[in-house]
Design a protein around this ligand. Structure first.
Ligand code: C2E
Ligand code: MG
Ligand code: MG
Length: 601
């Protein structure tokens, strides 16, 4: 009872995974050729093509400033140094390589025994030379194998070596390989620091300004991060809106370097980004993980930084977190729960229970509050306290919330069919649901599809929700109210809403929190507060519902003080839909229901 198949796509339920899983891509070696003429490019290309072994991606770049950018931008596995007649340029390029600590092997192709510049290159310790007259597929292949083997033993066997086409940075796969090499090279603990920089709410940019704008923004962000770092580091784009940076400190004090770099990055991101003729501000969440143990793998370090990043994200932007071990246990539990919620939406394990609301004067059930329950296959019936916060954190509250609204609408129709067209149903709406820019429109669609008329559905929002998103919530509330949805203020008295603010919003019902109701007969202060709330609400033309009424004395107090409705265990605990119809049938069939009679003795 009370369950329907949930169409997640229709309501934005297909939450896409921000993490791109690595798939096997054709092995290829990324080579940058710096040379003056395209003749040389064609020659090398021909030689490479006739070589056996791993395939190659050859990028040619002229020996000028573009070469500097190319060396800096994409992570090449090998640099081929072609003919550069101006020795000042080759010296500048070499200086740049050194300055940037680029350790990519360089092979110089020279006409004769190297001149000074090339000798310098060899002195860097990461270069080889091939004499032009001896150039053949065979000699080139040997030189490449030799140079790569010297710089990283496994480089020719790396599975995937593609770069991210949008930014020219390494992609996740390439990055993993680089990180693995650095970890293998690390001599002391805490000498490698991994920063994961995640762009908050990036999807909003794509959604508001289009994919092209999103791409442009990613490029701008990549450039700013790169410029913010004092010296170039190993940097990659490891997810749609996520960058990874590795910092190294041979002495093992990389934590300080990480902190400095984070400061620099966040500082550089403060200025708005010019995208699609708009100046937009973005916030970032950064997770950091250090190689505390020398044996840690690249994947484990990435997972740790990701855990820390997710925790930083919970802090609402421009925060960073260093990974600590106890994060993992907590995170793993959360991730498991998140996966379970995702699964259970599809498996229809959720059910909407209802707790009746009674008109205190007429003693009739006039409505009910929908309260979510999870029929967990192994843990039994779970209450919202066990999963709502997680669903909010991971955004699953959005599809789940649509399921709730959809279900309440269906139940309203079932109530009408059962001869109860006057009963109103309320559902709880969390602040996260207002962050979905299609919220109002989707609600309108559900109402339209289900043919729900004005005044039958109510949304309960807490004070925190009403105050949290400012203007955006205000506007949505007005539009929801225009759709014929009543708005109530839940748990009133526990938050910090200002009456001035509430007054401007289309709120028609105020629900006094059960912490006050529970003590009206035992605590004079609470009695005073409840009386004041009722009077104030009435003066603002709002109805008042007391939540959590458990005793006849509380009900009597509320009756004497003109409270409009009560809801609580005294009358009924939340029940499933069938239970609600039973309560209603008793109520309507006998007119003077036993439950109602209990309200006022
Ligand atoms: P709430 O909206 O304030 O709901 C009232 C809670 O008080 C319910 O707990 C209800 O069972 C409980 N309650 C009602 N009368 C009494 C009483 O006389 N005594 C006592 N001790 N408790 C009483 P529940 O069902 O566990 O829900 C807890 C909270 O979870 C709700 O508080 C609401 O904030 C949230 N929640 C429930 N369903 C949904 C949902 O569909 N969406 C969202 N976003 N939140 C939901
Ligand atoms: Mg509520
Ligand atoms: Mg409440």
């Amino acid at each position: 009872m009370g369950r329907v198949a949930f169409p997640p796509e229709e309501y934005g339920g297909t939450a896409d995974n921000e993490y791109l899983d690595c798939e096997f891509v054709e092995p290829a070696l990324r080579i940058l050729l710096i040379a003056e003429h395209d003749v040389e490019f064609r020659l090398i290309e021909r030689l490479l093509n006739s070589m056996e072994g791993p395939s190659h991606h050859l990028h040619w770049c002229q020996a000028d400033v573009t070469a500097l950018a190319a060396m800096r931008g994409a992570d090449y596995e090998l640099i081929l140094w072609g003919k550069i007649s101006d020795s000042r340029i080759s010296q500048a390029l070499l200086a740049e390589l050194k300055r940037q600590q680029i350790t990519v092997p360089v092979i110089a192709i020279v006409d004769h025994v190297p001149a000074n510049a090339d000798r310098d290159a060899i002195r860097q310790g990461n270069a080889d030379i091939v004499l032009r007259p001896a150039l053949s597929p065979d000699t080139l292949q040997k030189a490449i194998a030799f140079a790569c083997a010297r710089s990283a033993p496994s480089i020719l066997h790396l599975e995937t070596l593609h770069a991210d086409p949008l930014t020219g940075l390494s992609n996740r796969q390439q990055f993993r390989a680089q990180l693995a090499r650095m970890l293998a090279d690390a001599r002391v603990p805490e000498s490698v620091g991994l920063l994961l920089v995640d762009v908050d709410q990036f999807k909003k940019v794509n959604a508001s300004y289009g994919q092209g704008a999103g791409d442009a923004l990613i490029q701008l962000i990549a450039a700013r991060i790169r410029d913010a770092l004092l010296s170039p580091r190993c940097m990659a784009r490891v997810g749609g809106n996520e960058f990874a940076i590795v910092l190294r400190n041979a002495q093992g004090d990389v934590e300080n370097d990480c902190r400095r770099s984070i400061d620099d990055i966040l500082q550089a991101m403060l200025k708005p980004f010019a995208v699609a003729q708009h100046a937009i501000r973005m916030s970032f969440s950064i997770g950091v993980a250090l190689n505390k143990e020398r044996t840690i793998t690249a994947d484990a370090l990435l997972a740790n930084a990701d855990t820390a990043m997710r925790i930083a994200k919970a802090d609402n932007g421009n925060h960073f977190q260093f990974y600590t071990r106890d994060m993992t246990d907590a995170q793993q539990k959360l991730l498991k729960l998140e996966a379970e919620i995702r699964r259970s939406i599809r498996n229809e394990e959720f059910e909407l229970y209802y707790q009746p609301r009674i008109d205190i004067k007429t003693q009739q059930i006039v409505g009910a509050e929908g309260l979510l329950r999870w029929n967990h296959p192994t843990r039994g019936l779970l209450s919202p306290a066990q999963f709502i916060a997680v669903a909010e954190d991971c955004g699953l509250i959005v599809p789940l919330g649509y399921w709730v609204i959809h279900q309440a609408c269906k139940d309203l129709n079932r109530l009408s069919e059962l001869g109860q067209p006057e009963v109103q149903l309320a559902v709880n709406v969390s602040f996260k649901q207002f962050q979905d820019r299609n919220f109002v429109q989707t609600v309108a669609n559900i109402l339209g599809n289900q043919g729900i008329t004005e005044g039958r559905l109510e949304f309960e929002l807490t004070e925190t929700t009403m105050m949290s998103e400012g203007q955006a919530v205000d506007q949505s509330l007005r539009r929801l109210s225009e759709l014929g949805i009543d708005i109530s203020l839940d748990d009133f008295g526990t938050g910090y809403s200002s009456f001035a603010h509430i007054q401007r919003l289309p709120i028609s019902v105020l629900k006094i929190d059960r912490s006050f109701v529970g003590s009206v007969t035992s605590n004079e202060d609470d009695a005073v507060i409840v009386r004041a709330i009722i009077n104030l609400a009435h003066s603002l033309n709002m109805e008042v519902i007391a939540e959590g009424a458990e005793t006849a004395e509380q009900i009597a107090f509320l009756y004497q003080n003109n409270c409009d409705q009560v809801q609580g265990y005294y009358f009924s605990k939340p029940v499933n839909f069938r239970g609600l119809t039973t309560l209603l049938n008793v109520d309507t069939a006998q007119g003077d229901a036993p439950a109602s009679r209990r309200i006022l003795n």
